[in-house]
Design a protein around this ligand. Sequence first.
Ligand code: ATP
Length: 199
Amino acid sequence: LHLERIEMTGFKSFADKTVIEFDKGVTAIVGPNGSGKSNLSEAVRWVLGEQSARNLRGKKMNDIVFSGSQSRKPINIAEVTLVLNNEDHSLPIDFTEVSLTRRINRNGDSDCFINKKPCRLKDITDLLMDSGIGKDSFSMISQGKVEQIFQNKPEERRSIFEDAAGIAKYKNRKGNAEKKLGDTQEHLNRVEDILHEIT
Ligand code: ATP
């Protein structure tokens, strides 16, 4: 699985449509301060499911929409597409190329697409779960993250290994199932109370 291409329009400083192709192997992005290197990595993180505006250095999510410059008017929509090569079928979907798109309007409305078909953000995050490229995975190491890993508690550090071993998805499902069981038990208790009252 590797990132083949990123397409951005209206995302932060990338007002015009910008397409960056990534070859296999190492790619380094270099440029002067303020030229948009961090914005590029944030565009990737956003499509992978980031839901915290703060993690994208904003206050509200729609702060990521190009807000204008001295020479250009603001834009109303930001859209980013990641094109992933899935020839090794790391992603459980029957396509050898997978495009993930996220779009947000200045008024806060947002849409997501997998291979151009509308979907929920959760469908993207579910698809990426256990692929090793989710927004919280260790495929993206931001400044300060290495230090944070060293300072983690042992059980927090264990989750890194769980992620790498591919069991995060099952833990997640187990948590959801346990919650459903708890809710059902509460409903049963309630039914028993009612039965008790009417008999
Ligand atoms: P450094 O090397 O200093 O870390 P960088 O190359 O990582 O810099 P970024 O932080 O990615 O640069 O880009 C910052 C630039 O993006 C600033 O000029 C800022 O004005 C611009 N920018 C950020 N958000 C928006 C937005 N919503 N609309 C327009 N421009 C934006």
